[in-house]
Design a protein around this ligand. Structure first.
Ligand SMILES: Cc1cc2nc3c(=O)[nH]c(=O)nc-3n(C[C@H](O)[C@H](O)[C@H](O)COP(=O)(O)O)c2cc1C
Length: 201
């Protein structure tokens, strides 16, 4: 039985989605998947990043440590976990720019049947987490991808706030997560790998 090739593609300004992506990486390794953890390239000018100390600190801490996501990672992967923060109920421009480069793969039909699942964060408890995930999944419909949303398939979903579209968390002004969502992340990854394994073997 071949291992599922799982790309974990995240964007994070201040570390929340990086933490979620790291939990996802650990869970995927425990499931025996071939895992790539990659970050969506930063597009903001350094002057903007420097105005937010938390953003600057996270950017400098990860820029030479975590490989940048490449469109080839989408081609390589059987399954993809995305983790992206909420920007006014949608994905950050950095993520949109990355996804917009997938046109070539899409045209060749190479995104069909990718098994995908997404996670997010926002500052407020009701800050648009569900909207961000639904807006993101619209692109997945266009790919012909198979969305392995958590639904209510495990107690870990309820314990993580009960978002059936994908694990989501809220963060306070200091960047601390307000809910315990690690269990939800781990369940979402396991479910994504389980679904993907049905397509590759
Ligand atoms: C331009 C911008 C728009 C944002 N919009 C929202 C929003 O609509 N609702 C909300 O609760 N938080 C909003 N946030 C807060 C981010 O979602 C939050 O900082 C992010 O989830 C933290 O994730 P990170 O640490 O991985 O960057 C916004 C932040 C920025 C910079």
């Amino acid at each position: 039985m071949a291992n599922v090739k799982l790309a974990i593609i995240y964007y994070s300004s201040t570390g929340t989605n990086y933490q979620m992506a790291q939990w996802a990486e650990d869970a995927a390794k425990q499931e025996g998947a071939d895992v790539k953890l990659v970050r969506v390239p930063e597009l903001a000018p350094m002057e903007a990043i420097e105005q937010n100390p938390a953003w600057k600190e996270h950017y400098l801490a990860t820029k030479d440590v975590v490989p940048e996501a490449k469109i080839d990672d989408l081609d390589w992967a059987d399954a993809v976990i995305f983790s992206v923060p909420t920007r006014f109920g949608n994905v950050p421009g950095q993520v949109k720019q990355f996804m917009d480069q997938a046109g070539g793969l899409w045209f060749q039909g190479k995104l069909v049947n990718k098994v995908v699942s997404a996670m997010t964060s926002a500052q407020n408890v009701h800050g648009g987490q569900e909207a961000t995930l639904l807006n993101f999944y619209t692109t997945m419909f266009h790919w012909g991808a198979i969305i392995a949303a958590p639904g209510y398939t495990d107690d870990a979903v309820f314990a993580s706030g009960g978002n059936p579209y994908g694990t989501s968390v809220s963060v306070d002004g200091e960047g601390n997560m307000k809910e315990e969502v690690e269990g939800g992340v781990r369940h979402q990854v396991k479910r994504t790998i389980d679904v993907a394994s049905k397509f590759i073997n």
